[in-house]
Write a protein that binds this ligand. Structure first.
Ligand code: ZN
Length: 103
């Protein structure tokens, strides 16, 4: 009976790895669905090779976190506990993290 467990385990890892790769493939030219099918059919190892060789999508969007002060309206790329400009004026203004979508 033990080999059924091993076989089941291999299938779970196989499908799991294919699914994980397809999630990564979302940002690649190859695409999510195609990468999932290819790694399922040709082992996740081939899927990984395809993922690595596939170029990034041209319209790839990524988020950049920045911190905005609601008192003076200034934005910072680094995290500060309080706004350094407002702190000079004696105001403790907490910076709000925001996501900026870059193209
Ligand atoms: Zn400020």
């Amino acid at each position: 009976m033990t080999h059924y467990w091993i076989l089941g385990g291999i299938i779970v890892v196989w499908v799991g790895a294919s699914f994980f790769l397809s999630r990564l493939g979302e940002t690649k030219e190859i695409g999510k669905k195609r990468l999932f099918i290819l790694s399922l059919a040709l082992t996740p190892l081939i899927g990984l090779a395809l993922y690595l060789s596939s170029p990034h999508r041209k319209m790839y969007m990524y988020k950049e976190v920045f911190y905005k002060c609601n008192t003076c309206g200034y934005t910072f790329s680094e995290k500060h506990e309080y706004c350094p400009f407002c702190e000079k004026d004696g105001i403790k203004s907490v910076l709000v993290p925001k996501n900026k979508i870059m193209t």
